[in-house]
Write a protein that binds this ligand. Structure first.
Ligand code: GLN
Length: 536
């Protein structure tokens, strides 16, 4: 371990969904604002190599990094809070750990030895924790352990943390997130689950240094004293984490509780300057005091689980703030849209976004939504599959290619206007084999998209197998759908626009992954602005 790097482990007890990702991101933000270069890593205890093949209903959105890693959606929070890109090293799963160990075993690296959870799996975990520090030369690495303490599958991770604490006791601390539930019948907050959760950690040899207590009500001095005494931590290490109206409030709530100060004290690091969060505060101020509002329909097939579109909904929050507007996102199920109800379902919207996705479920509703937006001149934004739907709709209804489709859904179509990328044709494995990560894109001068970015050279992240079929490009452009962005090396169409429309942009890439509090994404900002101008 490099002498200069410090490690903070964030674990969770009592229940899942306590918001370890947001607490980790908020702590990182405070440390970053004090001048420490900080990154966050997520260790996920599931056996999948990555979440790339998971249905969004299982785990929410799959976030994609510049280097093409398909990762947990918490990495999106890390980037949105810190405005620093993450990479493959920032997300590790049990599957990846075992895969690496098994590959080493086959290579003969452990020749003669029995390969075991301890030490081989735990060594691999420790190596991955330290790799992220080495790669980015960070002062502080925050490692969030997924799952809840007590789960069988997270045991090797807690053991790896125990070993790191033992090997580098001055460089590591543990922040444990727990729940202090309110029992309405008793009219009281209860500390017992927290005590038990800490006891469980101690049975595994790990004494948490700091407790972040999720609670609906104030943790008064008596409760704090009780928790400190029975959980073996100092009084100032009992941090109240009250429910907040926005995740973007959490860094300020943690600052008020002095979480960053306690962390630095325990790590033996100087406090440096008081964090300058003026930009963050001004963002929050504008978020809470919008001057206008706008309603945008998000058409997708996973709308029952909003986490499936996490980065898109966060990008709308950022873009709303940039426009001093509140963006009301209406979640509309594409499977429920048809020619008969489209007018009633969509005509009140100021803007329409058709979401990314895979497979045929809900596709016809998405295509109907595009047609409605195009013909009624409602600002339209299509992302990945949403852009592909825009191409299919234009082919069918403007170019009269009746059964035009993507070959992802219909291999028999007479007009494969979206087809599989050449390099994808020989691939048979599903996992990690799409066109992934950042690619350059050259924009057409004076296009809507070039105006939005205010530049003609951009780089955006991708996650797809299918592409615009360039054999049809001339026909599309002659009829008014223009390719306004292309990959400069391959000529792949990355952006389409309808010329005769107030704002109709479809992008093959995923701009939502790059929107942050500090840098709201220009395309979302321009789309929200167009929707405001179109306001009903
Ligand atoms: N299913 C489409 C493809 O693979 C679009 C993917 C997406 O929307 N991310 O090309």
């Amino acid at each position: 371990m490099s002498n200069s790097t410090k490690y903070i482990f964030v674990t969770g007890g009592v229940t899942s969904s306590l918001g370890k990702g947001i607490i980790s991101a908020s702590l990182a933000k405070l440390l970053q604002a004090r001048g420490y270069s900080t990154t966050i890593q997520k260790l996920d205890p599931y056996i999948n190599i990555d979440p790339g093949t998971l249905n969004p209903y299982e785990h929410g959105e799959c976030f994609v990094t510049d280097d093409g890693a398909e990762t947990d959606l918490d990495l999106g929070h890390y980037e949105r809070f810190l405005n620093v890109p993450t990479s493959q090293a920032n997300n590790v799963t049990t599957g990846r750990i075992y895969q690496a160990v098994i590959e080493k075993e086959r290579r003969g690296d452990y020749l003669g030895k029995t390969v075991q959870v301890i030490p081989h799996i735990t060594d691999e975990i420790k190596e991955r924790i330290q790799l992220v520090a080495k790669k980015g030369k960070f002062d502080i690495v925050i490692t969030e352990i997924g799952g809840t303490v007590g789960d069988i599958e997270s045991l090797p991770y807690v053991e790896a943390v125990r070993q790191m604490l033992w090997e580098h006791e001055n460089d590591c601390i543990v922040v444990h997130l727990t729940l202090v539930p309110y029992l309405a019948a008793a009219g009281e907050l209860k500390t017992k689950p927290t005590q038990h959760s800490v006891k469980q950690m101690m049975e595994l040899g790990v004494q948490p240094d700091i407790l972040c207590c999720r609670t609906e009500h104030e943790l008064d001095l008596n409760l704090r004293r009780k928790i400190a005494k029975f959980c073996n931590v100092s009084m100032n290490a009992v941090i109240e984490s009250r429910d907040a109206s926005s995740i973007y409030d959490v860094p300020l709530l943690m600052q008020a509780e002095e979480l960053d100060k306690v962390v630095l004290e325990k790590l033996g690091l100087p406090k440096k300057s008081t964090p300058d969060l003026s930009r963050w505060k001004s963002f929050l101020d504008r978020l809470k005091n919008p001057k206008k509002q706008v309603t945008i329909g998000l058409i997708g097939k996973y709308v029952e689980l909003k986490d499936s579109y996490k980065s898109i909904s966060e990008a709308f929050i950022h873009a709303g703030v940039a426009n001093e507007a509140r963006v009301n996102v209406e979640w509309i199920h594409s499977e429920k849209l048809s020619k008969d109800n489209i007018e009633g379902e969509l005509s009140h919207l100021d803007g329409i976004l058709v979401a990314p996705g895979f497979g045929s479920r809900g596709i016809s509703g998405k295509i109907e939504a595009v047609q409605f937006a195009r013909e009624k001149k409602i600002p339209f934004f299509g992302i990945c599959l949403g852009m592909q739907c825009a191409v299919i709709e234009f082919a069918r209804n403007v170019l009269n290619m009746e059964d035009a489709h993507t070959t992802e859904i219909s291999e028999e179509t007479n007009f494969p206007v979206i087809s599989m990328m050449e390099e994808q044709k020989s691939i048979s494995n599903f996992g990690g084999t799409m066109r992934l990560g950042a690619f350059a894109c050259q924009l057409k001068p004076k296009s809507k998209i070039a105006k939005a970015y205010n530049t003609e050279k951009i780089s955006e992240r991708h996650r797809h197998r299918f592409e615009f079929n360039n054999e049809y490009l001339t026909q599309f452009e002659n009829a008014g759908m223009i390719a306004t962005g292309k990959n400069p090396e391959t000529g792949l169409v990355e952006v389409v626009e309808v010329a005769d429309h107030p704002w109709f942009v479809g992008v093959q890439f995923h701009p939502e992954y790059k929107s942050t509090v500090d840098l709201p994404h220009p395309l979302f900002v321009a789309f929200v602005n167009a929707a405001l101008e179109n306001k009903k």
